[in-house]
Design a protein around this ligand. Sequence first.
Ligand code: IDP
Ligand code: MG
Length: 140
Amino acid sequence: MTERTLVIIKPRAIRENKLGKIISMIENENFKLIAGKFIRLSRQQAEQFYYIHKGKDFYDGLVKFMQTGPIFVSVWKGENIIDGMRKLMGSTNPEKAEKGTIRHSFGHNIRENSIHGSDSEKSASYEIPFFFSKNELIME
Ligand code: IDP
Ligand code: MG
């Protein structure tokens, strides 16, 4: 099934100049970039994007971290891409992520793990319009 997913390259990976390498790894899976832009998250945006984690012990740290610099938000399309991207990203904790995954390659710790990808169709349908309007999704 062809699906769409939201991918965020997190601030530290952008700062460390890893955007191109990460995009390459995703393209190598034959997934297609259909929209992308740099943005800075306001506190309110970061809180709303991660609302599902509100109340967890890592929530405040996560919201702060996501505001430490520009991020690259993007939409990708492909066969079973939601699960495929989760596999390619690897475990949330880079130390536990398999070799060859993006988080193993570019993550530093469980918070600063370099990348976000939607975890389900439901999440993708919240997350894509969170950052992109219809007229930005012209590659479809
Ligand atoms: P996921 O990104 O693999 O779906 P989630 O559990 O949804 O993982 O957590 C969202 C984000 O919150 C993670 O990608 C990571 O940046 C951060 N995070 C998750 N668990 C922890 C933790 O235990 N300590 C610090 N940050 C965490
Ligand atoms: Mg998640």
